[in-house]
Design a protein around this ligand. Structure first.
Ligand code: B3K
Ligand code: ZN
Length: 848
């Protein structure tokens, strides 16, 4: 397969004005009639063929201005020679047939439990009809759906309906990737919203009958998102209706189709009994994310798929701001950094590392990554930190004003900031064009009232980029006096050179620097710091992120030492946690995060970065031991907090009670190591909400108990798909390392293991991959198990198979034995005949 390069971009010679589509729905043979008005692109002189993308379509007829054409389609599309095209525009008409019931890829038009739905981003529309399926072709769509189903939906506003048909008119020009169609036996949970300028918008959350009682939180989140985008970004909604549909079979989280968002049902449906606090938070976040795309993505879209971060980085950044406003900024920032480090640093440090704006791809679906999304969001955050909040607001206003209705590039985005702030951002652009996580080493020098901080930065080589240039790094910094008072409030230092020093003069005593406050840049900070200094920051830092970070880095180093040389944890570590645990002024959600030990994966990554070869078994043992010693040391305090954090009254998913439950459940997990699971069993059977029930089950599994509870959970929830996903993933994730493969095999043989459903597949295979010591068991059993399943899934759903193959991306960290075993599996996959382009590209990149 051919790689596509950013440098080869050429504008489309033919543009589309309007699209009329008629769908005659049928599971085996849906007929799609298209009438498309083309006009010449004035920016592209000369005569040009018309290229229409199309895949797996059966063409019945095609015509230009009513003149039938005799065309032989290629496997990826159709070419109409320039000679047949009227110079100033023409109307293309065609009829194709497709088989949604046979479509297992979940791209294009497919069926999920009798319901028709679509997924077109990035290149699914070409599986629906012949079209210039590229985001820089924007057109107005009119859609007619004919089918014997009660609900027929498409983008835009309703334009008439009757028995067995409905029409939709979308007044806003859009690229084909935002097209959507849904048809099925659905019911709506409805509401309304009045925009700032007084437009009434009908809101509907469409679900399968029976699920309408689980939509209230999604609707509420939508309304809050709409209000927030008006208040914070001045963005109003622009249609009469906003529809959301929940689908069980969906490859990712959700999709922002204009006026008709389609969601994985796990990010819509919630009731206290079936959804955890984390589920509620995710629903709020993803509903907001898709809604915010209406402006950052839909009204202003991407010129080509290399610019994906233009909409994704910005929209993630916006949803992070929103969640922070709805909940707690401090807690949200810590959670976001945890995600970034777990997913993006891992990617950036391995064979799949790529720029926030990639320069080439084979399959674009392989680039919907943590780097594009999460690092893309960090880049926006840095930009805001550098120019300041007001200048950021001004730049965004200019962006919306200048580019509304356009398909844009990162260059356009940067130009907006340069014009709005008169800053030269050419160096800043490296964040988009240079892969790898920068390492930042800081050293301190104290001399007679002056503190000098010297920063050295270094970006490790990544595939295709052996040499790197210095990055612009905003470092937020404060200084604390030995009594804990802040002698230097937060300032942002702007690093631009490989090495740079900053002096702070006139200080009465040597202060303790708090560096990279709020995690002001996505870098790895290297700093020689004593246990005492970290304990000091853990107790006193006024920046909540760095307060958490001090405890975190302490725990990480303690664990790294325990895993590599069998040392014992210092008492100061426990004492620091004890004072945190006893501090009733702190947000319980923050304390819960501070109690969370770094994951085995995080420790492995850290050790690798320090030049060690991580041993997954030793890391697992060390982490368990530290967890036990900590529970013993803090038993009384944990017991206290466990009782104190009980949340009385009916369940509410709000941040306050959710934070209390998080701390209570952290205490429960710790205490279960001491009481044989007595409290956890009690909580399990007494729980009236999924957060408490699942946490109790997890605490039991972690101490090797919980057989009875697993069975009880299964019996209680076997009819609920989303809850059963939790049952699968928890067992795979928490299986003892030497039994992980056999547990996974048993689960795969369970009648409820519906592997064609992406959520279920991810629950088991992703759960196993997240069981670090189990997955990396030296037998290689789990490697083989995962590879077998990837090969089985690939012919049906290449996108999922490719995504899950990232389980193997860290192979380079491990010892020779494990490396050989993983590479064998990757090579076995690569050698498989008929492998999808998606999985092949991933495996080849991983093999290097
Ligand atoms: N834009 C979609 C992701 C589409 C993924 C295609 N493989 C969801 C989102 O980011 O909001
Ligand atoms: Zn998005």
């Amino acid at each position: 397969p051919q790689a596509i390069h950013l440098s080869d971009y050429a504008p489309p010679p033919w543009l589309v004005e309007t699209v009329h589509l008629t769908f005659r729905l049928d599971p085996q043979s849906t007929r799609v009639l298209s009438r498309i008005r083309f006009r010449r692109n004035p920016a592209v002189p000369g005569d040009h063929d018309l290229w229409l993308d199309g895949e797996k379509l059966t063409l019945t007829r095609a015509a230009i201005d009513g003149q039938p054409l005799d065309l032989v389609p290629e496997s990826t599309g159709l070419r109409v020679p320039a000679a047949l095209l009227p110079a100033d525009g023409f109307e293309w008409t065609a009829e194709v047939s497709i088989a949604p019931a046979e479509n297992t890829t979940l791209m294009g038009l497919y069926m999920s439990k009798g319901m028709y739905c679509t997924q077109c981003e990035a290149e699914g529309f070409r599986k629906i009809t012949y079209y210039p399926d590229r985001p820089d072709v924007m057109a107005r769509f009119h859609v007619r759906i004919e089918g014997d189903l009660p609900v027929l939906l498409s983008n835009g506003n309703p334009a008439g309906s009757g028995d067995g048909w409905a029409e939709w008119e979308d007044p806003w020009p859009k690229p084909s990737y935002l097209f959507a169609l849904v048809a099925g036996d659905l019911v709506a949970h409805s509401g309304s919203f009045t925009t700032a300028s007084g437009r009434d918008v009908a809101l509907n959350i469409w679900v399968r009958p029976g699920d309408e009682t689980k939509c209230a939180y999604a609707l509420d989140s939508l309304i809050r998102s709409m209000r927030w985008d008006e208040e914070v970004y001045g963005r109003e909604y622009d249609l009469d209706v906003f529809n959301i549909v929940a689908v069980d079979d969906f490859n990712m989280g959700a999709m922002e189709n204009k006026g008709l968002n389609i969601f994985n049902s796990r990010y819509v449906l919630a009731s206290p009994e079936t959804a955890t606090d984390q589920d509620y938070e995710n629903i709020e976040r993803i509903i907001a994310h898709e809604y915010f795309h209406n402006w950052t993505g839909n009204r202003i879209t991407c010129r080509d798929w290399f610019q994906l971060c233009l909409k994704e980085g910005l929209t993630v950044y916006r949803d992070q701001q929103f969640s922070g406003d709805m909940r707690s900024h401090a807690v949200k920032r810590i959670e976001d950094v945890l995600t970034l480090r777990t997913r993006q640093f891992r990617e950036d440090g391995g064979p799949l590392a790529h720029n926030v704006r990639p320069e080439s791809y084979v399959e674009i679906n392989n680039f919907y990554t943590a780097t594009v999304y999460e690092k893309g969001a960090e880049v926006i955050g840095m930009l805001r930190r550098l120019v300041g909040a007001d200048a950021y607001d001004a730049a965004l206003r200019l962006y919306f004003e200048r580019h509304d209705g356009q398909a844009c590039t990162i260059e356009d985005w940067i130009a907006v900031f340069e014009d709005a702030t008169h800053r030269d951002l050419s160096q800043f652009k490296r964040w988009y064009t240079q892969a790898g996580t920068p390492r930042l080493r800081v050293s301190e020098d104290w001399d007679d009232g002056t503190l000098t901080l010297t920063f050295r930065q270094w970006v490790p080589p990544t595939p295709g980029q052996p040499l790197k240039e210095a990055m612009p790094i905003p470092v937020a910094l404060g200084l604390l006096a030995p009594d804990g008072t802040e002698v230097q409030p937060t300032v942002v230092l702007e690093l631009t050179d490989p090495e740079q020093s900053f002096r702070f003069e006139g200080l009465a005593e040597r202060p303790v620097p708090s560096i990279l406050r709020g995690f002001s840049a996505p870098v790895i900070l290297e700093r020689d710091q004593s246990v005492e200094e970290r304990a000091f920051l853990l107790a006193h830092d006024t920046d909540p992120f760095n307060r958490w970070e001090a405890g975190r880095s302490l725990a990480r180093d303690v664990l790294a030492d325990m895993a590599t040389n069998g040392s014992e944890p210092p008492q100061l570590f426990f004492d620091g946690l004890r004072s945190l645990l006893g501090d009733r002024t702190l947000d319980p959600a923050f304390v819960a995060l501070a109690l969370r030990l770094p994951s085995e994966e995080a420790i492995a990554e850290h050790l690798h970065g320090q030049g060690h070869t991580p041993d997954p078994a030793a890391i697992h043992t060390a982490r368990r031991r530290l967890s036990l010693l900590r529970a013993q040391d803090l038993a009384a305090d944990l017991g206290c907090r466990y009782h104190e954090m009980m949340v009385p009254g009916p369940y509410s998913p709000d941040a306050g009670p959710a934070g209390r439950r998080a701390l209570r459940n952290a205490a429960l997990a710790a205490l279960s190591q001491l009481d044989g699971g007595a409290r956890a069993a009690e909580q399990f059977y007494g729980a009236d909400n999924m957060t408490e029930q699942l946490a109790a089950l997890s605490a039991l599994l972690e101490i090797g108990a919980g057989e009875t509870e697993l069975a009880a959970f299964h019996d209680r929830w076997k009819g609920d798909r989303l809850v059963m996903d939790k049952w699968f993933s928890l067992q795979a994730m928490l299986a003892p390392p030497d039994r992980a493969a056999s547990v996974a095999r048993t689960l795969a043989g369970h009648p409820a293991f519906d592997w064609k459903n992406p959520n279920r597949f991810r629950a088991l295979i992703g759960g196993l991959a997240a069981n670090a010591a189990g997955f990396h068991d030296p037998s290689g059993d789990c490697y083989r198990f995962v590879a077998d399943w990837l090969l089985r899934l690939d012919p049906l759903n290449p996108q999922m198979a490719a995504r899950m193959s990232t389980a193997f991306e860290t192979w380079g960290r491990y010892d020779g034995g494990r490396q050989t075993l993983i590479r064998q599996e990757l090579s076995r996959i690569e050698a498989t005949e008929g492998l999808s382009r998606d999985l092949r590209e991933m495996v080849m990149r991983m093999l290097g």
